[in-house]
Design a protein around this ligand. Structure first.
Ligand code: PEP
Ligand code: MN
Length: 369
């Protein structure tokens, strides 16, 4: 299923150069005029950055933390723009922010993760943008809810904004991991599948939460064909007022970008397309046989369900399930499949089997004669 949004290509509104990813960088927060200008100058000197970002209204989890420098930051951003030529981008979280950002001629707006979660907030921003032609980037909501992300994009698009992009910044998760926000790549891939024309950028800084991981997440985003990266950079991250652990110096950013491998959807190798088509055909055939086998398996599951129903036996028999898990996990391992992968697939198959058998349990017994 495809969704119908009216969206312009990224190259219509962002300074992207020949197939390279759009690089948006700048501090998490504008702190002082010097900090912002010095950071912007060094980012410009790398020659690898396309847009300058800075948060000036900061949505903070707890009150009492630095909540952004406010509208004065817009003046600093404009000074940085005059000096470096960078288009400037800020986060807006309500109609007043939009109004002030528009007055200050900000080039690109973004909606933060804490705003995308709230349809009232997004609608307020959308209403303030009616009749305005400005690029807007919508970060994913804090929680892993694809509809909420799509809903925000639809609200902004509904206000007439066609210069639209999504930013994948990861999702808050109860389970603690190496990441500050779990990437949950599947959600970004689903978004791309539903709205193929929508440019998706990645924000590795907020996914990683620590600068060491940023190159890996960036490369993965590029390999998934995301069209750009938003990476927080600070003249001296060790003293940053917000997100100190995840900011990088402009020099480190420059080195990181040099290390990226840019892969393309097509290759110059003349045999590439034929070889790829051949391999894909094999995959298609294997997928077909996997589904055929799954269908056959479910038929037997149904027969077992009927047999259990007719003999008043419960659906779930834990010992049998344990046996399946153990045998298949060992087989999977021998086939070089990751344990987690084997378990996930088995669990999916098992829960579908239980669902089918539950439906059968609720039907009348066959006449056992
Ligand atoms: C930010 O970009 O500084 C920010 C607050 O990000 P997010 O909305 O993704 O948390
Ligand atoms: Mn930040």
């Amino acid at each position: 299923m495809k969704l119908n949004l009216n969206i312009e290509p990224l190259s219509n509104w962002a300074p992207v150069s020949n197939g390279k990813p759009l690089i948006i960088s700048g501090p998490c927060s504008a702190e002082t005029e010097e900090q912002l200008l010095a950071t912007a100058r060094l980012l410009k000197a790398t020659g690898k950055v396309n847009v300058l970002r800075a948060g000036i209204w900061k949505p903070r989890t707890r009150p009492g933390e630095f909540e952004g420098i406010g509208a004065i930051g817009l003046e600093w951003l404009n000074k940085a723009k005059a000096e470096t030529g960078f288009p400037i981008a800020v986060e807006v979280a309500n109609a007043k922010h939009v109004e002030e950002a528009l007055k200050a001629k900000v080039d690109i707006l973004w909606i933060g993760a804490r705003s995308t979660v709230n349809p009232f907030t997004v609608q307020e921003i959308a209403d303030a943008l009616k009749g305005v032609d400005i690029p807007v980037m919508v970060k994913n909501p804090i929680n892993p809810d694809l509809s909420l992300w799509i809903g925000a994009l639809e609200r902004i698009n509904g206000a007439g904004i066609t210069k639209l992009a999504a930013i994948h910044r990861g999702f808050s998760s109860f389970e603690k991991s190496a990441f500050r926000n779990e990437p949950m790549w599947d959600l970004a891939i689903s978004l791309k599948t539903l709205i193929p024309e929508l440019p998706i950028l990645n924000d590795p800084s907020h996914i990683c939460g620590s600068r060491e991981l940023i190159p890996f997440i960036s490369q993965k985003a590029l390999d998934l064909d995301m069209q750009g990266l938003m990476i927080e950079a600070h003249i001296d991250p060790s003293v940053a007022w917000t997100d100190a652990k995840q900011q990088v110096t402009p020099a480190a950013l420059s080195d990181m970008i040099d290390g990226f491998i840019l892969r393309t959807a097509d290759s110059k190798n003349p045999d590439f397309a034929d070889k790829l088509a051949g391999l894909r055909e094999k995959i298609d055939q294997l997928d077909d046989s996997i589904f055929q086998k799954l269908g056959e398996r479910m038929k037997i599951v149904e027969q077992i369900g009927e047999y259990k129903r007719d003999n008043d036996v419960t659906i779930l028999q834990v010992s049998r399930w344990d046996e399946i898990l153990q045998k298949r996990a060992a087989f999977g391992k021998a086939l070089n499949l990751e344990k987690e992968f084997t378990e996930k697939i088995l669990e999916l198959i098992h829960s579908e089997s239980i669902r089918k058998q539950t439906a059968i349990m609720n039907t009348a017994k066959a006449d056992l004669g």
